[in-house]
Design a protein around this ligand. Structure first.
Ligand SMILES: [Zn+2]
Ligand SMILES: [Zn+2]
Length: 264
């Protein structure tokens, strides 16, 4: 038995071990991003879409490693693609969210067929930018969509892209770690985030009341969505959670390959 562990730089996860203790750290106000520890506005769990997507991808890959799906080529590709997107700054999901009427208009215009290969189309592709104008949208099948996305990736080395390389290493480390390195990598995340969000909402409310009684508002509070502060109805809550959780891990991580239904 060597004592190599003690030489390692101590991280938050070395100091506190239980989910409860780790959760406690994320309940200190002002709140921080579950994925990167920077301050977030209001009670948000992540500071950005790319942090949310990173956490989702790590959890998805960890589950796939555990249940053996990782051996499947399409699953490996899905993970590879998501990591590449993250390294490229993440996928601008909110910006690119399409109203149903626009989706229907594209499907109708393209007659339900993939614009590249002519097979039945299933996904709306943003041709060149994040613009949701009809002339920037086309219908593709999931295979062509993936090929198009993959073709836009560049190969990186530690020399050519040191930062992205380090980021990729860090993500891989989180995927491979026997016990989760971050709270948001936990298998129990589904339970954890609901609990965390509820507690953050509570703390935020009492914080808001205290701030009102004193003088100038806390700078963080100026940027809070009113929705963050109010009790939400079921419908609103679902919408809110979808915004922050992206409608579920499996969906985002596997969507591009049409795997989500099958794997969900
Ligand atoms: Zn973050
Ligand atoms: Zn196609």
């Amino acid at each position: 038995m060597t004592k190599r562990r003690s030489k390692r730089q101590r991280s938050v996860t070395d100091i506190v071990s239980t989910v409860e203790e780790q959760t406690g750290l994320f309940l200190e106000y002002p709140f921080t991003c579950l994925n990167c520890d920077t301050l977030v506005s209001g009670i948000k769990l992540y500071c950005s879409e790319v942090c949310q997507q990173t956490a989702i991808t790590v959890r998805y890959a960890r589950r796939c490693e555990r249940d053996g799906r990782i051996l499947r080529e399409d699953v490996q590709e899905a993970i590879h693609t998501r990591v590449a997107m993250i390294l490229g700054g993440g996928y601008p999901a909110q910006e690119r969210r399409l109203p149903e009427s626009t989706r229907q208009a594209v499907i109708e215009r393209d007659q339900g067929r993939c614009k590249i290969c002519g097979e039945p189309g299933t996904q709306i592709d943003h041709i060149a930018s994040s613009s949701n104008e009809l002339d920037n949208l086309q219908l593709l099948c999931s295979r062509c969509h993936h090929q198009k996305t993959a073709a836009s990736f560049v190969s990186i080395t530690p020399e050519s892209h040191p930062e992205a390389w380090a980021q990729a290493q860090a993500i891989q480390q989180r995927i491979d770690a026997p016990t989760p390195l971050r709270l948001c990598d936990s298998d129990q995340w589904e339970t954890i985030w609901r609990d965390l969000l509820a507690k953050r909402r509570q703390i935020m409310k009492s914080q808001a009341t205290t701030e009102d009684d004193t003088n100038p508002p806390h700078p963080i509070l100026e940027h809070v969505d009113t929705a963050d502060l109010e009790d939400l109805s079921d419908g609103e809550q679902a919408e809110y959670l979808a915004l922050f959780e992206g409608g579920g891990d499996e969906a985002w991580a596997a969507d591009m390959f049409g795997l989500s239904g099958e794997l969900g």
